[in-house]
Design a protein. Structure first.
Length: 459
């Protein structure tokens, strides 16, 4: 992947309410979605069609200090937390993106990745568009503005959807409207919540608890949700749609208290752990997790195996997620200070270490080393998902295929490389059992992409 190509896994949220203080609710929602991105945070408020954006690099609590929120007046607001996996890491690519089109001020927040972004940018450039960033989100905003004409924002969105190929979840505000959009494959989540005096759109349902909102339903693949003074209404998909929610959302990205397309993330991970225990009988003294996303699977493994669950690692709560650090060097440095071994629980014991997944092998190798130094006599590593063997082109940060450790090495070689006594991956069959069906994109595990991926997106 060229260095200037951005793949993003982000969090988006939108609020529509009666009072002109939607921005504080967005702020609380961004806190709840902070696990989805820690590079930048932004809010765009809408007061009678006039949009006022504010965004900066950093966590939500760092960006919105002082009296900033009090200046973001409006009964409509959208927010975004961003993680970019490659390319520029500066304020230009922070979201929401705001522009002025023939229909008025418009602001957009996006999660996902288009596989035909470069061809769309070429078309738009030929039509006179100038791009300030390398992100797909700017292409989407320009498409909507260009193809909506002077008619309606709904026309612009529908026309853009016919041209866009890939994964996208959008929250948009323009005029007196809050709009949510989910791509026809439903690759990333978007759900609807009800406030006492309005509505919420969010990447995950975990944000609703922070806003005292009630979960209503998930946005369907290909559906457009429009919220205005007349309430909530939708535009149903005009073409073929099929749910292919990214299974890595369940495996890793989503918070365990979220429900994605009817599936409890916590229950899914716990079930994966239980099924993992049934695959390989290991005699050990302790089941431990790599926190935080490995904890439900470790609890499930302990329940199914009868081996006690205990803490072996303490996580520095002020550190971000190592997998979603932008560079490999940052990931390696983060592991050193992110997780500390509880020596008393480890020394002289045979431990089973449960991780949610193994992508590059960087984190687990260092953790095994630290556990050995703490006196563990045996270390059995279990991944609560299958081996990652294929890159993702739809917004999850996986590197070139030849940099994935499961492509470079056999399972036995990986076990030796990370210095574990054994290594077990959850089988693809058991992954399906945990999902409860086959309506998921599992391309990172099996290479079966839900759509054709152009060569330009792979290069």
């Amino acid at each position: 992947m060229p260095d200037d190509k951005l793949h993003e896994e982000c969090g988006v949220i939108g609020v529509y309410r009666d009072e002109n203080d939607a921005a504080p609710l967005i702020y609380y929602g961004l806190y709840a979605l902070q696990h989805r991105g820690q590079e930048s945070a932004g809010i765009a408020s809408n007061l009678n069609g006039a949009i006022n954006p504010y965004k900066d690099l950093g966590l939500a609590g760092e960006v919105f200090r002082g009296d900033i929120l009090s200046k973001l007046n409006g009964n409509i607001a959208i927010g975004h937390v961003r993680y970019s996996t490659a390319g520029e890491h500066d304020l230009r690519s922070a979201q929401p993106l705001t522009a002025r089109c023939r229909l008025g001020d418009i602001s957009l927040a996006h999660n996902g990745n288009l596989v035909n972004a470069e061809s769309l940018k070429e078309i738009l450039t030929d039509q006179g568009m100038i791009f300030q960033t390398t992100s797909d989100s700017e292409a989407i905003l320009n498409l909507i503005c260009q193809y909506g004409g002077a008619h309606s924002i709904e026309a612009g969105i529908k026309n853009a959807m016919h041209l866009m190929k890939g994964a996208y979840v959008l929250v948009i505000t323009i005029g007196n409207k809050l709009i949510g959009v989910r791509d026809p494959y439903g690759l990333h989540p978007l759900c609807i919540g009800k406030l006492k005096d309005g509505w919420v759109l969010s990447s995950e349902s975990c944000a609703f608890e922070a806003l005292d909102a009630e979960f209503v339903r998930d946005v369907l693949p290909g559906e457009i949700i429009i919220i205005d003074e007349n309430g909530l209404h939708n535009i149903e998909p005009s073409g073929w749609c099929k749910k292919n929610l990214c299974v890595f959302e369940l495996v890793y990205f989503a918070r365990p208290d979220s429900i994605l397309d009817g599936v409890s993330v916590y229950d899914f991970r716990r079930t994966c752990g239980m099924l993992l225990a049934s695959q390989n009988k290991i005699d050990a003294d302790l089941v431990m997790a790599i926190p935080d996303s490995g904890i439900p699977a470790a609890i499930g493994y302990a329940e199914a195996s009868g081996i006690p669950y205990g803490e072996g690692l303490i996580k520095n709560k002020y550190m971000g997620r190592t997998f979603i650090q932008p560079t490999q060097e940052m990931r390696e440095n983060a592991v050193r200070i992110k997780l500390s071994v509880i020596r008393k629980n480890i020394e002289g014991r045979r431990v089973i270490v449960i991780d949610d997944s193994i992508v590059r092998g960087t984190t687990i190798k260092r953790i095994v080393k630290n556990l050995r130094e703490a006196g563990a006599v045996e270390i059995h590593v279990c991944s609560a998902s299958p081996a990652v063997k294929f890159p993702c082109y739809f917004g999850i940060d996986t590197p070139y295929r030849d940099r994935l450790i499961a492509v470079q090495k056999s399972q036995a070689e990986i076990c030796e490389y990370i210095d574990a006594d054994s290594l077990t991956y959850l089988s693809e069959e058991n992954l399906l059992k945990a999902c409860g069906g086959d309506l998921y994109c599992k391309a990172c595990f099996d290479g079966n992409y839900p759509m054709e991926v152009p060569l330009s997106a792979k290069s």
